[in-house]
Design a protein around this ligand. Structure first.
Ligand code: NAD
Ligand code: DGY
Length: 325
């Protein structure tokens, strides 16, 4: 008998057809109140779940006694209680690698947009306020040759370092759990303590996961170490930053600008002070949002889920202790 799969993310026709061949599929098209009610109804029959952007807590998981596997269409797994999944012997998989380059592109887009004031000046043109040649009040700052600071030197951090080093001649400094000699060799990068990096980098970029250890890693004390010309970029998770402290630092001129793809609460509320600041470029958690990459992530998640339900080890298993050969 086919296994029951609940999707809470719509997939391409090609991937839907693949899933339908192998499983009985229930599709929850959106996670509004109606969709969530349908999800709760479907969970008691589910062997597999596939989707993203939903906090799957113990209360929801307890509705699914037969659940064997969850395939997250994301590399970040902060929406899951991994200990609880492991205790229940539910396999959790994610989608690393396929989104690395695209997310690093987004990081670099934010670096360029903030330093060169792209959004602010483009809005000025649109508003009919371009009446004479630009003067110093509208000048930005250079990107090439400036020091790129990366916090969390993993896949995306490395891809960002490559762009900075090879494309823009930027000295790269980084902070991570431990030094990475291969990365240092490839990009002439140098390891720094967190405090040293915050004091020395022109661009401070967050590319680490949200965990108990990294939640609010960057707060008032950390912003106080940055320099007035520093630009802060967050493409990891909003909760790694104390957002009130960020707003305070921007407001007080303790840092020059911020490029933010992620926020404490998403979608970002329209009344956030961040949206009143010309030196903030805010994007809607679009790090991996290209047609090609989202399809690759979905394909990866489908592969992971179908493998798990067929009794094979998924390629991107997050909680390997559940697996028994
Ligand atoms: N904005 C987006 O749309 C988007 C897209 C993809 C990924 N992300 C986020 O980026 C994160 C990183 O993805 P990745 O594929 O590069 O992951 P990765 O695991 O390859 O890299 C993360 C790095 O951070 C380091 N790290 C973790 N905790 C640390 C700490 N406390 N101090 C210092 N370093 C620490 C790890 O050692 C690792 O090197 C994801 O977990 C996700 O939250 C966001
Ligand atoms: O973690 C991820 O993969 C990104 O945030 C996209 O959802």
């Amino acid at each position: 008998m086919k296994k029951q799969v609940v999707l809470y993310k719509k997939l391409s026709a090609l991937l839907m057809a693949r899933l339908h061949e192998q499983a009985e599929v229930t599709l929850i098209e959106s996670l509004d109140a109606d969709g969530l009610a349908r999800l709760r109804d479907a969970l008691p029959r589910a062997h597999g779940l596939l989707g993203a952007s939903l906090k799957l807590d113990a209360e929801l998981l307890d509705l699914a006694p037969d659940l064997e596997a969850i395939a997250s269409v994301s590399v970040g797994v902060d929406n899951y209680d991994i200990d609880y999944l492991t205790e229940r012997r539910i396999l959790l998989s994610n989608t690393p690698d396929v989104l690395t380059e695209t997310t690093a592109d987004t990081g670099f887009a934010l670096i360029l947009a903030t330093a060169r004031r792209v959004v602010e000046l483009a809005n000025m043109v649109r508003a009919g306020q371009w009446s004479r040649n630009l003067g110093p009040a509208h000048f930005g700052s250079d990107v090439h040759g400036k020091t790129l600071g990366i916090i969390g030197m993993g896949r995306i951090g490395e891809a960002l370092a490559q762009r900075g080093h090879c494309g823009f001649g930027m000295p790269v400094i980084y902070h991570s759990h431990s030094p990475k000699p291969a990365v240092e060799q490839r990009f002439n990068a140098q390891y720094r303590s967190l405090g040293e990096l915050l004091q020395q980098a022109d661009f401070i970029c967050l590319t680490l996961p949200l965990t108990a250890e990294t939640e609010r890693l960057i707060g008032a004390e950390e912003f106080a170490l940055m320099r007035p010309q520093s630009i802060f970029i967050n493409i990891s998770r909003g909760k790694v930053v104390d957002e009130a402290a960020l707003i305070e630092a921007l407001g007080a001129g303790r840092i020059r600008a911020a490029g933010l793809d992620v926020f404490e609460r998403e979608p970002l509320n329209l009344d956030s002070p961040l949206l009143q600041m010309d030196n903030v470029v805010a994007t809607p958690h679009m790090g991996s949002a290209t047609h090609e990459t989202r399809e690759a992530m979905a394909r990866c998640a489908v592969d992971n889920l179908l493998a798990a339900l067929a009794g094979e080890r998924p390629a991107n298993l997050v909680n390997p202790s559940v697996w028994k050969d």
